[in-house]
Design a protein around this ligand. Structure first.
Ligand code: NAD
Ligand code: UGA
Length: 466
């Protein structure tokens, strides 16, 4: 069996960085080069202070610290790394298109194509090219065409190996993956490539968890896995609205249905809405693919998951406005949390951005505290929406490093991320500092209703009235 000695990963982001760090730490005989065109990001991956890595992820700095400089290297020398590798992972971003055909739905594959053209240009010996990025089904066909028509007549074997890690638990997810999916051609060289990649993962995972399929099943399964997960969140969020009207408690409903082993208990936490770089992007992509095959009913079915998520974010913001006597103009509203979930500094598509935008439309003053997100990221997130100028945003939004400062003289606090520290705060002291009546809107269901009310708060929790 072919034994891989040198791996190159193009893209040092939330997937490339942690994934390759784990591979390097578990496979000391393999040299792993992680390359990126973003010099600043690479400099941070190489920072001697491991607290300065570009990604915050529990357990990451320990894994990087173990392998970096031994068999794990971060650099911008893309061509050299491609040349030296026998296996190349493509782990670049595949955002939703913002222009042209498929705008707002299809995945933008320009970064993938650039990688393919670069690999074809540089490679002078056979390579296994692995799709690690999440891609529309049948992308491998386009990759193959570019590689074979622009290359130096070397053999490229293309595999699909989608990543299933979740941010905040990436290292544990990688070390103890439920499954590894490897799609490849049903030919002798395709089988050899699939086995070579399986061998890498077999360094730390049992063989039974490694599934081999054809390329198209693998590509499609990644989109479908994210669609099913997001669908669970939208399903329970739709029920949260009904709970608030009927005095049912969404946590009790989740528990009651989750005890059915056919339904299962995970991913049924009602919230202000799912965020993250992938759920929305991947469902939109699925919708686009279904439409492009003329499957309108299939497209409509999955699009509803996004519509429900938008409704949940909007509902949360509308409730704040209505509860604060139908006006938030000039009122100080503290945001606890900005990241799309706890234990990450990633804010892509975070519900907080959309709730803030709706309140800014009403001229609210927002003060944000998040333990891991920088002021610059928060301003950039709001600016990206294009609804307010940078100047207006900086006038209306303040970012602080202290949750107590955020609460001082606030009319309301909105909990947008489920950071554990929020549960430990001295809420009595916070209540004392706020304007009265002091409102708290818990978009993550982490605070205790009765305790908060006993402290004097007017307390609102998604999916539960009391
Ligand atoms: P990211 O934006 O954090 O990282 C992508 C990196 O690729 C960036 O640093 C960018 O500079 C680099 N890049 C882009 N074009 C390049 C090129 N031509 N050459 C070299 N570097 C280039 O993205 P991410 O979150 O790591 O996601 C990457 C892919 O993995 C996406 O397809 C995503 O859908 C998928 N995915 C993400 C997650 C997650 O939790 N973030 C989980 C599973 C799958
Ligand atoms: C998700 C998937 O869980 C990963 O398997 C997948 O690899 C990844 O997308 C991807 O392709 O990018 P991630 O987005 O990092 O991972 O995090 P999740 O834990 O799935 O949470 C996504 C969003 O849903 C968060 O905003 C979270 O707060 C929300 N959520 C999740 C809920 O509101 N309720 C839940 O019960 C679960």
């Amino acid at each position: 069996m072919k034994k891989i000695k040198n791996i190159c990963c193009i893209g040092a982001g939330y997937v490339g960085g942690p994934t390759m760090s784990v591979i390097a730490s578990k496979c000391p005989e393999i040299t792993v080069n992680v390359v990126d065109i973003n010099q600043k990001r690479i400099d941070l991956w190489n920072h001697e202070d491991l607290d300065k890595l570009p990604i915050y992820e529990p357990g990451l700095k320990e894994v990087v610290g173990k392998a970096r400089g031994k068999n794990l290297f971060f650099s911008t020398e893309v061509d050299r790394a491609i040349d030296e590798a026998d296996m190349i992972f493509i782990s670049v971003n595949t955002p939703t298109k913002t222009y042209g055909k498929g705008k707002g739905q299809a995945a933008d594959l320009k970064y993938i194509e650039l990688c393919a053209r670069n690999i074809a240009k540089v490679a002078v010996n056979d390579k296994i090219v692995v799709e690690k990025s999440t891609l529309p089904v049948r992308t491998a066909e386009a990759l193959k065409s570019i590689l074979e028509n622009t290359g130096n007549n070397v053999n490229f074997e293309i595999l699909s190996n989608p990543e299933f890690l979740a941010e905040g638990t990436a290292i544990d997810d990688l070390l103890d993956a439920d499954r590894i999916l490897i799609g490849g051609a049903d030919t002798p060289s395709g089988q050899e490539a699939k086995d070579a990649l399986s061998w890498v993962y077999e360094h730390w995972l049992p063989k039974e968890r490694i599934l081999q399929t054809n390329v198209w099943s693998s590509e499609l399964s990644k989109l479908v896995a994210n669609a099913f997960l997001a669908q669970r969140v939208s399903s329970i969020n739709s029920i949260s609205a009904l709970c608030e009207r009927t005095d049912a408690n969404v946590a009790e409903v989740s528990k009651a249905i989750g005890y059915d082993s056919r339904i299962g208990s995970r991913f049924l936490n009602s919230s202000v809405g799912f965020g993250g770089s992938c759920f929305q992007k991947d469902i939109l992509n699925l919708v686009y693919i279904a439409k492009s095959f003329g499957l309108q009913e299939v497209a409509d079915y999955w699009e509803q998951v996004i519509i429900m998520n938008d409704y949940q974010k909007r509902r949360f913001a509308d409730n704040i406005i209505a509860t604060l006597y139908n006006t938030v103009s000039g009122k100080k509203i503290a945001f606890y949390g900005w990241a799309f979930k706890k234990d990450t500094n990633d804010t892509r598509e975070s519900a907080a951005i959309y709730v803030a935008d709706a309140l800014l439309e009403e001229n609210a003053n927002i003060v944000v505290y998040d333990p891991k997100v920088s002021k610059e990221t928060i301003y950039a997130d709001l600016e990206y929406l294009g609804n307010k100028s940078r100047e207006e945003i900086e006038k209306l939004v303040t970012v602080v490093n202290d949750p107590i400062e955020a609460a001082k003289d606030a009319h309301a606090i909105a909990v947008l991320t489920e950071w554990d520290e929020f549960k430990e705060y001295d809420w009595q002291a916070i209540h004392d500092l706020m304007l009265k009546p002091a409102f708290v809107f818990d978009g993550r269901r982490i605070l205790d209703h009765k305790k908060m009310e006993a402290l004097g708060f007017k307390f609102y929790k998604i999916g539960q009235n009391g």
